[in-house]
Each structure stands twice: as structure tokens, then as C-alpha cells.
Design a protein around this ligand. Structure first.
Ligand SMILES: Cc1cc2nc3c(=O)[nH]c(=O)nc-3n(C[C@H](O)[C@H](O)[C@H](O)COP(=O)(O)OP(=O)(O)OC[C@H]3O[C@@H](n4cnc5c(N)ncnc54)[C@H](O)[C@@H]3O)c2cc1C
Length: 377
């Protein structure tokens, strides 16, 4: 990526160099194979964990790397430019560590080093078949029975289903509405937690996503994260930071599409000239580059507010909305720049376009981001 970045510390420059090196060595050579087979690259994720890239924004005393969120996000951007599913896995895992980190008691926090070191992969179970955008209407129930909560219901669209080691399960322990929801941290091996067959997705095929059936699963009562009834707040708190992860994924993906389109257009010749010489193509690429820079600036502005401990929910929603819409446009335009060659799997831009679509949907659709933004006005 031929761009200059302003980073807060010399260490951050080293970290981004490490991310680039790992992205080139571990991600780029494998992406096509894993995407075509729809296989989750668990070992690649473990490698990133051992290199310290899975707990970047968490404090060192908890097993993290103590990096500002703005640095963590730029690492994810680099990973996304090589393999979106891996970058999304890092983002979802980081989100899945947030409830225990921010709201877990002393006992639960003892799990953090293994979670942040990447030995234990996380998943975040909020959505249900009947309740996506309206997450507060969820119906998965947890009833206290002696020393355990008995959990019954179905979660939907769970990234890492069947591959994760722990699940954040948002479930109803009380009244209808947001105040009756609690958060449990369940081990994946708990009897009665049954991941279903993976969904057949348009893109991001190496990222497993499936329903999970909870069939009277007994989750120990000491796995309650935060207070009973605090679950919805815990879920939304994690999502604010997670949305910036999705936004930075969009920036990395769009950057990859632009870089590919520029290189292709330079080499492709029509009417006796490089296609890159046509103003129609040059302006399209200039607009793409501008959109990427604007999206990156929004992401980093929101991250810096978060790093400073200031409210940033609306800014994160703006970044997610703008960056993912931008990535959809830029990846579609990249296909256009390649003409017919953009439409076949010999080149990665058709994959980029399929992958961009999901970013407009996950962690709150872009309609829901607009609700969050409008509420702040
Ligand atoms: C690949 C993938 C991975 C995912 N991973 C996870 C995960 O790990 N964990 C998890 O919990 N969930 C996950 N999700 C679920 C995702 O968060 C939901 O799909 C999303 O929140 C939308 O919910 P829905 O699909 O039920 O759509 P619906 O809520 O049914 O929405 C349908 C349409 O109505 C619009 N809409 C809804 N309400 C409003 C409103 N008030 N105003 C305007 N428009 C509105 C929506 O924007 C959308 O266009 C994943 C989804 C996908 C596709």
C-alpha cells in the first residue's frame, strides 16, 4: 500500500510491518484455496495469536498488547487487504473478548490471557432467526436451576459457530425488552450447545457462520458476565467497538480492490493506449482513492475518541456506514475497470465485490447505523 501513515509510536510502525509480513507470508498464499473450499483457517488465526495480533487493544496485564485502538484497527486493515475472512475473524474475536474484559468479575477475567493470546477463539451470539436488527426482542431463555443457568433457544448467523472455544450468549433471564437480557460466557463443549450446518454464503466463504441450537445447555452460574439484566448494554458496548473493526475491514478491502484495479489498468491496453490513460478510468480511480482516504479518516477519528475515553458510538456508526458503502462502490467499480476479466475468478475483484456486501449487513445493518446517528443529532 503506497500510503504514508501517521502512527502514535515507533512500536506501532513495527507492529504494522509485522502485520504486512504476516499478511504476505501467511494470508496471501492461502486465501484463494481456503475461499474456494470454504474452509476456516484456524491455524492461520492461531499463528496471528502467537504473534500477538489477537489481543492488541487490551492491556498487557490481561494478556493483551496494550495498543491504542487506532493502531489495532490499522493492523486489521492490512489483514483485510489480503484476506477479509481472517481480518473479520480477528475483529469478531476481539469483540468477543470485550464483555469479559469490560464487565467480567475477577473469576472470569482469569480466562483473559488465553482468550487474548488466541488459544481460545471467541464468538458473539446475539442475533436470532426472528430477531436481527431488533436484537432486544431475543427469546433464547436462561433459567437459573441450582448452580447453573439452563439455556434454551436458537441463535442465528453466528460467526465461528462450531469452531469457537467460547460463546458470549445473550439470553433472556427476566422481563421482555432490553432490561431482561443477561450475558453468559459458555464453553463451546457444553452439552446441549449444538452448532448447525454452516450457511452457504455469497462471500466470506472461509468464515463459518451457522445457527446454534441451545437445548437445555447448563452453563455454570458463575459464567454470568456482569449483573443479571445488564446483557443488552454489554452487547451494545461491545458492538460500538466491533463496528470500527468492520469499518476498517471495509477500508482494507477497498484498498486492495483499488490497488488491483490500478495495476491492471496500467497493463491493459485498448485503442493503442494503456486503459489507465483514459480519463473515464482515471476519474473513477481518483474517486475510489478519495473515498478510501475519507473512510479511513472517519475510522481513525472515531478510534481516537475511544482511545481518549470519550463517547464515540455515533462516530463509530458513521464510520461503519460510510466505509462499508464506500467499499461496496469501490469494489464494484474495480470489477468495471477490469471489464470482462473482472467478472471471472481469475482475478480477485469479483471476490472483493461479493465480500463487500456483507459488511453493509453485519454488526448492525447500515439502516441501523443511520438510526444510531440520527439519535445523536
Ligand atoms: C455473514 C454474517 C455473519 C454474521 N455474524 C454474526 C455474529 O457473529 N453474531 C451475531 O449475533 N450476528 C451475526 N450476524 C447477523 C447480523 O448482525 C444480522 O444479519 C443483522 O443484524 C440484520 O439482521 P437480520 O438479518 O435479521 O435482518 P432484519 O433485521 O430482518 O432486517 C431486514 C431489513 O430491514 C431493515 N430494517 C430493520 N429494522 C429497521 C429499522 N428500524 N429501520 C429501517 N430499516 C430497518 C434492515 O436494515 C434490513 O435491510 C451475521 C450476519 C451475516 C450475514
Amino acid at each position: 500500500m503506497g500510503m504514508d501513515r501517521l502512527l502514535p509510536t515507533p512500536e506501532a510502525y513495527d507492529l504494522l510491518d509485522l502485520a504486512r509480513e504476516l499478511a504476505d507470508r501467511e494470508l496471501a498464499p492461502r486465501v484463494d484455496d481456503f475461499e474456494s473450499r470454504g474452509e476456516f483457517p484456524r491455524e492461520v488465526i492461531r499463528t496471528l495469536g502467537r504473534a500477538g495480533l489477537l489481543g492488541l487493544p487490551y492491556p498487557e496485564e490481561d494478556g493483551g498488547a496494550g495498543q491504542p485502538y487506532e493502531v489495532y484497527l490499522q493492523v486489521v486493515e492490512i489483514l483485510a487487504s489480503r484476506w477479509l475472512a481472517v481480518a473479520e475473524a480477528v475483529s469478531v474475536h476481539t469483540l468477543s473478548c470485550h464483555p469479559v474484559y469490560a464487565h467480567g468479575g475477577e473469576q472470569l477475567r482469569k480466562l483473559l490471557p488465553d482468550m487474548l493470546g488466541g488459544e481460545l477463539l471467541g464468538a458473539y451470539c446475539l442475533s436470532e432467526p426472528q430477531g436481527g436488527s431488533d436484537a432486544a426482542s431475543l427469546t433464547t431463555r436462561a433459567v437459573l436451576d441450582g448452580e447453573a443457568y439452563v439455556v434454551t433457544g436458537t441463535k442465528a448467523w453466528i460467526t465461528h459457530a462450531g469452531n469457537a472455544d467460547f460463546y458470549n450468549v445473550f439470553c433472556r433471564t427476566g422481563e421482555p425488552g432490553a432490561r431482561g437480557i443477561s450475558c453468559l460466557l459458555a464453553d463451546a463443549g457444553t452439552p446441549g450447545i449444538v452448532p448447525q450446518a454452516p450457511e452457504k454464503t455469497m462471500g466470506l466463504r472461509s468464515s463459518p457462520v451457522a445457527q446454534i441450537a441451545f437445548d437445555g445447555a447448563r452453563v455454570p452460574a458463575d459464567r454470568l458476565v456482569g449483573e443479571p439484566g445488564a446483557g443488552f448494554r454489554i452487547a451494545m458496548d461491545a458492538l460500538d467497538s466491533g463496528r470500527l473493526g468492520i469499518a476498517t475491514c471495509a477500508v482494507g478491502l477497498a484498498q486492495a480492490a483499488l490497488d488491483y484495479a490500478v495495476a491492471y489498468a496500467r497493463d491493459r491496453s485498448q485503442f493503442g493506449r494503456s486503459v489507465l490513460d483514459f480519463q473515464g478510468i482515471r476519474f473513477l480511480l481518483a474517486d475510489a482513492a478519495t473515498g478510501i482516504s475519507a473512510a479511513r479518516a472517519l475510522v481513525l477519528a472515531a478510534a481516537r475518541l475511544k482511545d481518549a475515553g470519550r463517547p464515540y458510538a455515533a462516530e463509530a456508526a458513521k464510520a461503519k456506514l460510510f466505509a462499508t458503502d464506500m467499499a461496496m462502490r469501490v469494489t464494484t467499480d474495480a470489477v468495471q475497470v477490469l471489464g470482462g476479466y473482472g467478472y471471472v475468478t481469475d482475478h480477485p475483484v469479483e471476490r472483493y465485490m461479493r465480500e463487500a456486501k456483507v459488511l453493509q449487513i453485519v454488526e448492525g445493518t447500515n439502516q441501523i447505523q443511520r438510526l444510531v446517528i440520527a439519535k445523536s443529532l
